[in-house]
Design a protein around this ligand. Structure first.
Ligand SMILES: Nc1ncnc2c1ncn2[C@@H]1O[C@H](COP(=O)(O)OP(=O)(O)OP(=O)(O)O)[C@@H](O)[C@H]1O
Ligand SMILES: [Mg+2]
Length: 354
């Protein structure tokens, strides 16, 4: 089976800026794949190279197994949706969505059937005769999505399409985009600097920094097994990091004391970064004396976050972030200034090279 998109050792510089550095990716058919990284890390450049809007300095681009590195955009069967939508403001929803089929000389009967299907998929039925300026931001995004999908591209490229929307609509559109992608089965390549968007929608994520792919994996895998400090801190709402020496198998020596960790032989004798996610830390009455790691700290802050409670706990001069589901009266039991035990299981710790 060939991949929907393959990048092989792609590099691209603009003057002295190396925007994309030796990037290799294999994106599967029907996959929702995200390129995630901070501003300027090379996401858009990578997408433009896939689209054929930019020529790489070195490397090969393949679509469905075929080398298209020097094939022009219009012969690549690729659709695109960007943050600035470039919808036709003087046309209504129906005509915007129908545009690609009209350009391809479909019969009006076929167009009507296909537009109705698309309206249904993006949940805009009933709004087909609205003008674009009579739609909300989220509805406009769905028109743009429908207009791109109706010509059935093999791959749809999306560059920060939700960037201009406010938080509530964005949260709604994340789920909608994922649902639409499942329904149409098109390969989506989605560019974002927002880790939540990438986590919510993607089958797999490539995390990028300075033009270099740091890690590729499923959301759970990247979240639980980040390969380095950058990925660990970029993914997720928070993480606790402690530097130390992997002195002997299963023990990291840190300024807080020994931390018991999974035994990984390759780290023995090396400097490492220990990490633990906020929801993996037990606190107060949850900490039993036979837990692998137990520390005593002082609560500095409690923050009510709705679905969970965030505790900040100082152990020496290290402030831990701890998330607890909002169950029962736990919020009331622990207060700033209280001394508490915190702890975690050996296997919940994450180890990374320094
Ligand atoms: N046409 C260009 N000419 C010169 N430099 C460019 C050009 N396009 C991109 N760059 C530079 O290449 C680097 C990567 O840019 P790119 O647009 O790919 O980043 P990005 O990850 O999409 O960032 P953002 O999240 O801000 O959109 C940046 O340093 C950018 O300034
Ligand atoms: Mg960009």
């Amino acid at each position: 089976m060939s991949y929907a998109v393959e990048l092989v050792n792609i590099s691209k510089s603009f003057g002295s800026v190396r925007a994309v550095s030796n990037v290799s990716l294999s994106i599967r058919k029907n996959e929702f794949f995200s390129l995630l990284g901070p501003s300027g890390c090379g996401k858009t450049t990578t997408l433009r190279i896939i689209a054929g809007l930019e020529e790489p300095d070195t490397g090969v681009v393949k679509l469905d197994g075929r080398d298209v590195t020097y094939v022009p955009t219009h012969k690549r069967n690729i659709g695109m949706v960007f943050q600035t939508l470039a919808l036709f403001p003087h046309m209504d929803v129906y005509d915007n969505i129908a545009f690609g089929l009209r350009m391809r000389n479909y019969s009006e009967a076929d167009i009507r059937r296909r537009v109705r299907e698309m309206l249904d998929i993006v949940r805009l039925s009933g709004l087909e005769h609205r003008r674009i300026h009579q739609l909300s931001g989220g509805q406009r995004q769905r028109v743009a999505l429908a207009r791109a999908l109706i010509v059935q591209p093999a791959v749809l490229l999306l560059d920060e399409p939700l960037g201009a929307l406010d938080l509530k609509i964005r949260q709604h559109m994340m789920v909608e985009l994922k649902r639409v992608q499942r329904e149409v089965g098109t390969t989506f390549i989605y560019v974002t600097h927002d880790q939540t968007e990438a986590m919510v929608m993607s089958d797999r994520i490539a995390v990028m920094k300075d033009g270099v792919i740091q890690q590729v994996g499923e959301p759970y895998d990247i979240y639980m097994h980040p390969r380095n400090r950058f990925v660990a801190t970029f993914i997720g709402d928070a993480i606790n990091l402690v530097e130390g020496d992997y002195a002997s198998p299963g023990v990291v020596k840190t300024s807080l004391g020994d931390i018991n960790v999974p035994s990984i032989n390759e780290y023995v004798g090396k400097k490492v970064v220990f990490a633990i996610r906020p929801e993996k830390i037990l606190i107060g009455g949850e900490v039993s004396s036979d837990l692998d790691n137990v520390f005593v700290g002082r609560i500095s802050l409690t923050i009510f976050r709705g679905a969970f409670i965030e505790y900040r706990v100082y152990v020496d001069n290290m402030e831990f972030v701890i998330f607890k589901p909002h169950v029962g009266v736990s919020y009331l039991l622990l207060k700033p200034g209280d001394m508490v035990k915190i702890g975690w299981r050996r296997e919940d710790g994450i180890l990374m090279p320094e």
